[in-house]
Design a protein around this ligand. Structure first.
Ligand SMILES: NC(=O)c1ccc[n+]([C@@H]2O[C@H](COP(=O)([O-])OP(=O)(O)OC[C@H]3O[C@@H](n4cnc5c(N)ncnc54)[C@H](O)[C@@H]3O)[C@@H](O)[C@H]2O)c1
Length: 285
C-alpha cells in the first residue's frame, strides 16, 4: 500500500517516486503520459500502459522516452502505485475495484462508470486505506459544491451545450432516432437526472457524475443536454442552491483536437489532479 499524497516531499527531495500506470492511451492518457515524463519528471515514473487497442498503446509507447511497458491491466495494477483510468465508462468500475483491492491509489476519468456503485467503491478504498481521485474534469464549481455540501444543498443543475457532432453516437440519440445533421437551431436533446444522463450520453457527461457524487446524488442532480449548431465550444453551466446561498458557473471549453467530446480543460484537470497528489501544499477546497 502506498499513499502518495501523504509521503511526497518537494521536488528534488523526493524520497519516493510514484510508479504510474495508465489505462487508456487516447486523448487524456496521451497527455498524462507526456506530463509524467516532462512536468513531473523525477517525481513519478511512467511504468506501464494498457489499452484494448494494442495499436494505440504501441503508438503512445513509441512517443515516450524511456518507453514504458505495455501490460495487461492485472499486471499493470500489480506493478504500479497509482493507476490512472482514462479509457471508458465500461472499464472504470473494474479498474477501480481491482486496483483499490490491491491497495493501490486510483485516478478515474470515466466517473460515470461508478455511478450507482460508488458506495461499494468508496468502501473498498476505505478498507484498503488507499485513495480514489476523481478530477473535476471540464466543469468549474466542484470546489464550491464540496464546501456547500457540508451544509444543506437544495438544488444542483447542470446544463451542457455542445456542437451536434459531439453527440452523434450517443446511446440516447441513437435510441430515439434524433437527427443531428443539418441542425439549424439549438435542440434540447435530454432533460432528466444525472443517472439517466450518464446512461444516455456516457462519453459526454462525466461531469454530471462528478457533481452528483459531491452534491445531491445522481437521482437528484438535474441535467439538461442541448445540441447547439452555433457553438464552437463545449459549455457547462452549473447552478447550485443551498443554505449557504447560491452560485452559478459557466465554463466555455475548447474541445480537444483529437476527441471533440473531451474538453481541453478536462485534460488539464487530470494533469492538475496528479500535481495535487504530488504536492504538500493543496490549495482550494
Ligand atoms: N471526468 C471528466 O470530466 C471527463 C472529461 C472528458 C473525458 N472523460 C472520460 O475519460 C475517458 C477517456 O477520454 P479520452 O478523451 O481520452 O478518450 P479517447 O477515446 O481519446 O481514448 C480512450 C482510450 O481508451 C481505450 N479504451 C477503451 N476502452 C478500454 C478498456 N476497456 N480498457 C482499456 N482501454 C480502453 C481506447 O482504445 C482509447 O485508446 C472517457 O471515458 C471519457 O468519457 C471524462
Amino acid at each position: 500500500m502506498f499513499h502518495a499524497s501523504c509521503f511526497m516531499l518537494p521536488v528534488g527531495d523526493s524520497l519516493f517516486v510514484i510508479k504510474v500506470g495508465i489505462i487508456g492511451c487516447g486523448t487524456i492518457g496521451w497527455e498524462l503520459a507526456k506530463a509524467c515524463q516532462k512536468r513531473f519528471a523525477g517525481e513519478v515514473t511512467l511504468e506501464a500502459l494498457s489499452d484494448i487497442d494494442a495499436g494505440r498503446a504501441r503508438r503512445l509507447q513509441k512517443a515516450l522516452k524511456p518507453r514504458p511497458d505495455i501490460l495487461s491491466f492485472d499486471r499493470l495494477a500489480k506493478r504500479c502505485d497509482l493507476i490512472i483510468e482514462a479509457a471508458s465508462k465500461h472499464a472504470s468500475y473494474e479498474v477501480a475495484k481491482k486496483a483499490l483491492s490491491l491497495g493501490k491509489d486510483v485516478m478515474l476519468m470515466s466517473v460515470g462508470g461508478i455511478l450507482g456503485k460508488e458506495k461499494e467503491i468508496f468502501e473498498v478504498a476505505r478498507t484498503h486505506r488507499c485513495c480514489l481521485y476523481l478530477p473535476s474534469g471540464g466543469v468549474v464549481g466542484i470546489d464550491g459544491l464540496k464546501a456547500a455540501s457540508v451544509g444543506k444543498i437544495y438544488r444542483v443543475t447542470l446544463t451542457t451545450r455542445k456542437p451536434p457532432q459531439g453527440f452523434e453516437d450517443s446511446p440516447y440519440v441513437l435510441k430515439h432516432g434524433i437527427r443531428l445533421k443539418n441542425l439549424k437551431q439549438e435542440k434540447v436533446l435530454f432533460e432528466g437526472n444525472a443517472f439517466q444522463a450518464v446512461r444516455g450520453f456516457p462519453k459526454n457527461i462525466n461531469v454530471s457524475a462528478t457533481l452528483s457524487l459531491v452534491g445531491l446524488g445522481a437521482k437528484k442532480t438535474k441535467v439538461r443536454i442541448i445540441a447547439s449548431p452555433q457553438m464552437l465550444v463545449n459549455v457547462h453551466e452549473v447552478y447550485v442552491q443551498g443554505d449557504f446561498g447560491s452560485f452559478y458557473t459557466r465554463t466555455e471549453n475548447f474541445p480537444s483536437e483529437e476527441n471533440p467530446k473531451t474538453s481541453r480543460l478536462a485534460i488539464l484537470s487530470a494533469v492538475a489532479t496528479l500535481e495535487r497528489i504530488l504536492r504538500n501544499v493543496k490549495i482550494g477546497t
